[in-house]
Design a protein around this ligand. Sequence first.
Ligand code: PEP
Ligand code: MN
Length: 320
Amino acid sequence: MRTQDNFSSLNYPQNGARKVREEWLKRFANSPDVLISASRRQTVVPVLDLEIGGGEFVTMAGPCSVETEPQLMATAHRVRQAGARILRGGAFKPRSSPYAFQGLGLEGLKMLSRARRETGLAIVTEVMSEDDVPMVAEYADILQIGSRNMENISLLEAAARSGRPLLLKRGLAATIADWLRSAQVVLEFGNPNVILCERGIRTFETATRNTFDVSAIVLLKQISHLPVIADPSHAAGVRDLVPALACVAAVAGADGMIVEVHPDPAKAWSDGDQSLDFAGFDEMMTAMNPYIALREIALHGKRRASLHEADELQLAGAAQ
Ligand code: PEP
Ligand code: MN
């Protein structure tokens, strides 16, 4: 009770704001359907038996790339044990060099669906070309639109029309308005199930791979009804920063996160530096618990606190 009282002062003044700031209504005027309105406060994206945006902080985890069956299966089992609900893994990889590993393609998709069968985890995987949408949609529960494709309208259209939920990553150099505009396009193509993913943006800073824009998460939670998740792995570029950024994302009000995990990061075919090993992932998931609790209170503090109070009053009444 006392703890609740103390925590309720953490309630972010604007989080769950009743009204979208006038100025922002103008700034984001060309993506009206993604903004909170009287009729739509929060989109809840259904994925198998899960809900994204439904209040629970949902963790998606797995390797950057699907490499081999043992690599994927071991990772799937371990991340599930640690509390992840969705398995990530790229079968089609956007790489800087055309000579770098491009992903296993269909073979990788088949491994992902075997991992789903074995573990019950839902699958999120990237689709890079509109021609691949039907194939990827057959195997995946969520289609990931990568940063480099955020503004690829023909891909967005094909992915939207597949009917699968989309994980729309923020473009490397996209403003929040650009990003919301792409989400708007997906909604216009008839697919309401868009999850926004903040994965860091290009800035003058080079010590981190990207700059994690935590304000984007806070802002989006105030203006948009779409679920927002964080990708601390691609933001950081180095595993040492990933757990702290994940905690920050939770407290900022994110609806979940997507994290890279590999059985042996030093041998990963892509993004090894930013991948956590199993022990690192377990440790992070445990360390996040208080931050996830704090998120609950920050987002719903007053309401939850008063519910607790009501419960306690009722209990006290019953005891008399
Ligand atoms: C990825 O998720 O592995 C990836 C390539 O992400 P992004 O599109 O954010 O760079
Ligand atoms: Mn990656």
